[in-house]
Design a protein around this ligand. Structure first.
Ligand code: ZN
Length: 149
């Protein structure tokens, strides 16, 4: 049985069972976990054992024109949540429709707040581009001077 591994600074935000994968006639036996780092998809076997665990990094979620790519799609007469990552997509359906909207909101909010804290500006000493986290010290890679962003 595969085990779920969380990083030291990783915590669970949402967790849901009764998940149906993107296949027609599939059983709603999978589980999905949304943490501050990943979306973890757990493919459950017939006897409830973890057959396959897939980690999708939140850093790879696509953002197009400022829109986080987590949205609703309709397939196999079911409503699914689709999340687009750099090289792949994750599509699954919830037992309860209300969860889908909640997941879209929570994922969107988390990604947006992560991005909002990133700042790119000019080094006050040499004028080179400098980036980092808002409110924290960043060191210019050219002149090595430090400033609060
Ligand atoms: Zn500089």
């Amino acid at each position: 049985m595969a085990k779920i591994n969380l990083l030291d600074d990783e915590y669970i935000i949402l967790k849901e069972s009764g998940i149906t994968p993107d296949l027609s006639m599939a059983l709603a036996t999978d589980e999905v976990i949304f943490t501050n780092k990943n979306i973890i998809y757990i493919n459950k076997g017939f006897f409830g054992d973890n057959k396959k665990i897939d980690y999708f990094s939140l850093d790879e979620i696509k953002i197009i024109d400022g829109n986080v790519q987590a949205f609703e799609v309709e397939k196999h007469n079911l409503k699914y949540l689709e999340i687009d990552f750099q090289d792949r997509s994750l599509i699954f359906s919830f037992d309860r429709g209300a969860s889908r909207q909640k997941w879209i909101e929570e994922i969107t909010n988390l990604i947006k707040s992560k991005n909002d804290s990133k700042v790119t500006t000019k080094c006050i000493t040499c004028g080179a581009q400098i980036s980092g986290t808002r409110g924290q010290y960043a060191k210019c890679q050219y002149c090595k001077s430090e400033q609060i962003l």
